[in-house]
Design a protein around this ligand. Structure first.
Ligand code: ADP
Ligand code: MG
Length: 398
């Protein structure tokens, strides 16, 4: 869905109150009666509220429900987008919105700017975009779903992602800095990097592989499984060449760095000043940054072993196909992960997330819904199967 922000700046304070009233009314009504909108807006009835209703309907932020038993409106996804953007603007998180850089099955990704001009990412969760196949398979469950519940699930998804990003960042994981969350949106740091999916070769596949397996195990040691650990959700950051370069673990070679990344040839001055004698100007440090957390699960989850193995196998398969790299070591296995979780001084981030507001009940609700609509990650497909290719537009900067 397109994010059309044209009307954002001309809506009056009253229009916003009426839009908020429709949102409040949506909690208990699929179609919010006009009388309730008037009441909840706290504005005197009469032409003012009706003028706002008509402005909002024209901008497609609310939709008149024609066949309802009573006269009423429902909030549209556009309306929810506006409410979230309004909150981010009010809290001076955002100043402007820019290009859409990704449209996935379950989210839209925009580059936006803060009031100080810093570029950020706005991720809009859209769990209502259901594939026909999953509707067919889950007709009974979804029969009772309404647009209001799609919105609620998208909110849960955003809240979950934001909560996990906060605890992961706090505990030293390489994830984008979470900036704010409102309704079905998360604002986060823009990572200047490409998804692993787009990288054709790396100087040291073994080193990168080990690092990624280490991330999986470190997550496990804190009681977590990413659940969608694949080449789309791992961004590979090339650290800029500092003047005094530190030796990295990798034996990077500029010749091997994929050219499409526009890597600037580094020109360090005064290498001799470096404290590390083996420092070379040709070294590039690749750092994986992990994203996309709505499907994260606890290591105590009933299907934890399946999720853990799938994460590990995704990486193994990708490294074999793309880089011709197969690790000498088998595993890691779920049993290893469990041991790590037991030995980490009882520090459990799955529990910490619960305490931060994303409850077990919410997790269950979201999981049930995600299963019904077939949210099962965007990777894990078979490159050799022509019918099983993901949406490439997802990754490309437009
Ligand atoms: P989805 O749930 O739709 O897969 P993701 O969070 O994985 O959403 O984001 C989709 C794509 O958008 C990613 O593969 C990546 O290319 C880009 N992206 C998402 N977040 C960021 C970010 N913080 N910085 C840079 N690119 C990002
Ligand atoms: Mg993703």
């Amino acid at each position: 869905m397109k994010l059309d922000t044209k009307a954002l700046r001309y809506l009056t304070a009253e229009d916003w109150r009426v839009l908020t009233a429709v949102e409040m009314g949506s909690k208990n009504h699929e179609v919010v009666p006009t009388t309730l909108i008037v009441q909840l807006s706290g504005l005197r009835g009469g032409s003012g509220v009706h003028k706002s209703i008509s402005t909002l309907a024209k901008a497609n932020l609310i939709a008149r429900m024609k066949n309802a038993k009573y006269d009423g409106y429902r909030l549209t996804y556009g309306g929810l987008d506006y409410l979230a953007l309004h909150t981010h603007l009010k809290h001076t998180i955002l100043y402007s919105t820019g290009n859409c850089i990704g449209v996935g099955k379950e989210s839209d990704i925009y580059v936006v700017a803060s009031p100080s001009g810093q570029q950020l990412i706005l991720k809009i969760h859209r769990l209502g975009r259901i594939s026909f196949r999953s509707i067919k398979n889950n007709r009974d469950y979804l029969k009772h779903r309404t647009s209001a519940s799609w919105m609620y699930m998208s909110r849960l998804s955003a809240l979950k992602e934001y909560s996990f990003m906060q605890v992961l960042k706090k505990n030293g994981f390489n994830v984008p800095e979470p900036v704010a969350q409102s309704r079905h949106t998360v604002v986060m740091e823009l990572v200047d990097a490409f998804p692993l999916r787009q990288i054709q070769s790396v100087p040291d596949p073994a080193g990168l592989y080990a690092e990624l397996i280490d991330v999986i195990l470190r997550l496990a040691s804190f009681g977590l499984i990413h659940g969608d650990f694949n080449e789309f959700n791992i961004l590979i950051k090339e650290n800029e060449a500092p003047k005094e370069r530190k030796t990295t673990m990798k034996e990077a070679n500029d010749d091997d760095v994929p050219k499409e990344h526009g890597t600037e040839e580094s020109k360090p001055e005064g290498d001799q000043q470096s404290k590390e004698p083996e420092t070379k100007s040709s070294e590039v440090k690749l750092t994986p940054v992990i994203i996309d957390f709505p499907q994260m699960v606890s290591i105590d989850h009933t299907n934890a072993e399946m999720y853990f193995d799938r994460d590990v196998n995704c990486i193994k398969r990708f490294f074999e196909r793309r880089f011709n790299f197969v690790s000498d070591e088998s595993g890691p296995r779920f049993a290893d992960a469990r041991k790590l979780a037991a030995g980490n001084n009882g520090k459990r981030l799955d529990v910490e997330v619960e305490a931060s507001g994303f409850s077990k009940k919410m997790a269950k609700e979201l999981e049930k819904y995600m299963q019904a609509v077939g949210v099962d990650g965007d990777g894990g497909y078979d490159e050799d199967d022509p019918d099983d290719t993901p949406d490439e537009s997802h990754d490309e900067l437009k």
